[in-house]
Each structure stands twice: as C-alpha cells, then as structure tokens.
Design a protein around this ligand. Structure first.
Ligand code: PLP
Length: 404
C-alpha cells in the first residue's frame, strides 16, 4: 500500500483544512464557515475557543503544567469536590480519556469484590450497541465484535447481552461470578439510543439486589449533553455506583474522570491505581472552568430548549423527506437521525453544504452541537440538513435514471 503520509492510517479524515473555530462555527483556509454538529465528538460542549476556557488555559500555561501525582495538585481536590457535590459520588480519579476512565471503573469494581473476599467476581456485563473505548477492557466490554477483530481472543470476564433480553439479564446478574454491569444511559456511538427510565431502574434494582456494582458510562452523554449534568439524573433513583466521564469534561482539553461512591471505591488504596498525566494542573484548570460553565442551570435549560427546537425542525424534515429520514431519537443535544439512505454518504453530502455531522450505529447520523448553540444556529442546521436531504434525493433520482 502506498504511504500518503506517516500517520498510522486508522482514521479517514475529511479533507478540508480547518484553521480556527468560534462557538459552533469552524473556518477553513478560505474563511468559509462550517456549521459544526460534531463538536469534537460531543467534546467541545462550550463551542470552540470559549473565552473562559481560553483564559483558564493560557493563565495556567504560564504558571505550571505538570508535576505528576507524586506531588499534591490542588486543582484535583477542587474539581473532585465539584463533581462529587453534583452527583452520587464520594471520590473522583482523574484520567486523560474516556477509555482510561472505563478502565478505572472496571478495576474499581473488581477490586471491590476482591477486598470483600469474593475475588471470583470478575464478570462485567455489557450490552449490544454500546461503546466503551479502545483499550482491551473497553473493546471487550463494548457491544460490537468488530472492535475485537484481529486483537486476539475475547478476554475472560466479559459478557454481552441484549438490553431487551430481560430473562438473560436476570440470570446473568445473579451468577456468583458477576462483578459489574456497564451501560451508557444514552448510547452514543450506537446511534443516540436513550434508555427508557424503566430500563435504567431495572438495571439499578437487579444489580443492587445481587450485590453487583452498576457502572454508568457517561463519557458521551454526561456533562450536560442531555440537559442534565449527568444523563441518569433524568431518572430519580437510577444513580450508579461508578461513573466514567471524559469528552466534554475538559471542553476539548483531554481529561477524563472516574467517579465512585465510597462503598464502591473501598478496594482502592495507595498504589492500587495511578496515572502519570491524569489530573495534571493544566487539565484541572481547564476542566474546572468548563465545569463551572456547564453546570449552570441556565445552560441546562438552554440545552432542553435547543433540543426541542432541533427535534421539531428534524421532525418537519422527516415529514417532508420520508424517503431519507426514518426516525429521530436521542436525548438533549445528543440527537440521532436514522436514515433510509446510507449514513456515510449523507455525511459526505452534508459537507457540500458545510454542515458537519457524526455517524452512528443503526445507520444514524448524530447531531452533537456545542451546548451553547443559539436558536438561529439551530435553524441554520435545519436549513443545511434539508439541503442535504435534497442532494441525497437528487443523487438517488440521478442513479435511478442511469440504472433505468
Ligand atoms: C468516546 C467514548 C469512550 C472512549 O473515550 P476515548 O476518550 O475515546 O477513550 C467511551 N465510552 C463512550 C460512551 C464514548 O462515547
């Protein structure tokens, strides 16, 4: 295979050369405006170059970047206090990515059982359509066998079930080898599938009954994306024991966290886990600023309002373009549109209208704009989405003409 550049070819990046960003807008070398409904995959929750994040980053960059966890980092204590005060959790461990947060979650869960004298409890139950990152634990916990392809055998200690198979779940969660259940309250990569309140409560009830820990993967759906700080907070009584965060936590700066209750974390002592970069002063400065902005009640209300407007607009498009759009789903500003035409082609067609969309399972495209998107910008998303529907319909008609 010819080598076109020396980056390992595991990605297939869109070709345009983007120079700068502001809010939901990206600008290329020609200064053309691109409407960004990917937001670094639900990461730039406050938009590109939010002034408060730029200030936090540049101010900290002139003071202290990195010292390692051998030295105290006050920013970690401050951010851990914010995260635990706003959630079920008592502790936070800081990481650099979603996959590392998942890794920490699974380690905390297994060690909980080990220190309670049940080291045989290692099995982690995951669900079809889920995505939990690219480490060995992550790909084994995820509900897609494609992620494992060529990477050796499935590790022992991971089980995959369908969310709809209640009987299989009831049987598996009661087994003496079961350690934890891992679930995304709103599946992201799987195609913006929001679990029903009763599904979240059923998982909570059965895990508790059998002494199994419940892990919520809120790497994508957490930090305000759904209109609540954490997606499970829509459902009273659904709180997990452990929760993985990343993506929007740093508003675009690479940082993640694993939150846990004191009970779930009882196995974690000095030396049982760690990270060189995790929670460094630079990451903590940006993440604290991001948290303070995202956690504001006005922003959560804004997410709900913009979500309603976006969904209403998309619903109108579904009625006008039934041959393209099949269904709208998701929660808050984690919106999925299931298409009748191939989603990858739709994403490429949207670029002709300078609209950036993310893909997703189940032939979805996902819209994950910055949470600060305005009503006028939502309306512009709908205009560009409709223009894309027309292009796709036109292309379909051309193809039919050629085929005929
Ligand atoms: C993105 C994602 C991950 C992995 O995060 P990385 O930062 O890419 O390691 C894990 N879980 C969910 C739900 C995600 O969306």
């Amino acid at each position: 295979m010819p080598v076109t550049n020396s980056v390992l070819p595991v990605y297939n990046p869109a070709p345009m050369k983007l120079e700068r960003g502001r809010g939901v807008w990206l600008f290329d070398e020609q200064e053309a405006d691109w409407l960004d409904c990917v937001a670094g995959i639900a990461t730039n929750a406050l938009g590109h170059c939010h002034p408060r994040l730029v200030a936090a980053l540049t101010e900290q960059a002139g003071k202290l970047w990195h010292v390692s966890n051998a030295l105290a980092i006050p920013g970690q204590v401050a951010l851990a206090d914010k995260l635990t005060a706003a959630s079920f959790a008592d502790y936070a461990f800081f990481t650099n990515s979603g996959a590392e947060s998942i890794e920490a979650a699974i380690k905390i869960a297994r060690r909980y059982h080990a220190v309670r004298g049940e080291p045989q409890r290692i099995d982690v139950i995951g669900f079809a359509g889920s995505f939990h990152g690219r480490t060995y634990a992550g790909i084994n916990a995820s509900g897609s066998t494609a992620l494992l392809d060529g990477f050796g055998p499935r590790l022992p200690g991971y089980l995959q079930l369908s969310l709809d198979d209640h009987a299989a779940f009831a049987e598996a969660v009661a087994r003496p080898g079961t350690a934890a259940v891992i679930v995304e309250p709103v599946q992201g990569e799987g195609g913006a599938r929001a679990l029903l309140p009763e599904e979240l409560l059923r998982l909570r009830e059965l895990t508790r009954r059998h002494g199994v820990l419940l892990i919520h993967d809120e790497v994508q759906c957490g930090m305000g994306r759904t209109g609540r700080l954490f997606a499970h907070q829509w459902v009273e009584g659904a709180e997990p024991d452990i929760m993985a965060l990343a993506k929007a936590l740093g508003g675009g700066f690479p940082v993640g966290a694993c939150l846990a209750s004191a009970e779930a974390a009882r196995g974690m002592v000095f030396g049982s886990h760690g990270s060189t970069f995790g929670g460094n002063p630079l990451a903590m400065a940006v993440a604290q600023a991001a948290f303070d902005e995202i956690a504001q009640p006005q922003l959560m209300a804004h997410v709900e309002a913009m979500s309603a407007r976006l969904r209403e607009g998309l619903e109108g498009l579904r009625q006008r373009h039934p041959g393209v759009i099949e269904a709208i789903r998701g929660k808050g500003l984690l919106v999925g549109v299931r298409l009748a035409t191939p989603n990858k082609e739709f994403i490429v067609a949207a670029r002709e209208h300078r609209l950036l969309l993310a893909g997703g399972g189940d032939n979805c495209v996902r819209l994950l704009p910055a949470l600060v998107i305005t009503a006028e910008e939502v309306d512009e998303v709908i205009r560009r989405f409709e223009a894309t529907c027309r292009s796709v319909e036109g292309a379909g008609a051309d193809a039919a003409l050629v085929a005929g």
